[in-house]
Design a protein around this ligand. Sequence first.
Ligand SMILES: [Zn+2]
Length: 82
Amino acid sequence: MHIKDLCTICDHWTITNIVHDKDTATFTCTHCKNEFDLPWDTNTRFLIRSIRHSLKKRMKKHPELAALKNEGDAIKVENSES
Ligand SMILES: [Zn+2]
């Protein structure tokens, strides 16, 4: 699945690709290809849901994030803390 998220390695908003098997979810920044793993459990599913939820607020403030559509897209947002 894809989520829009801020990558802490390249400091860009990007499409993050998430693949998971029963045990492990691998998050990959499609811009800088940084990867990290989390256990695929209720905490991780909750994390993904809350990322999606907070994105709605972020997009009100930064409508340019709507332009993120394809793997590899990246947008640098100044002062992205909210
Ligand atoms: Zn990145």
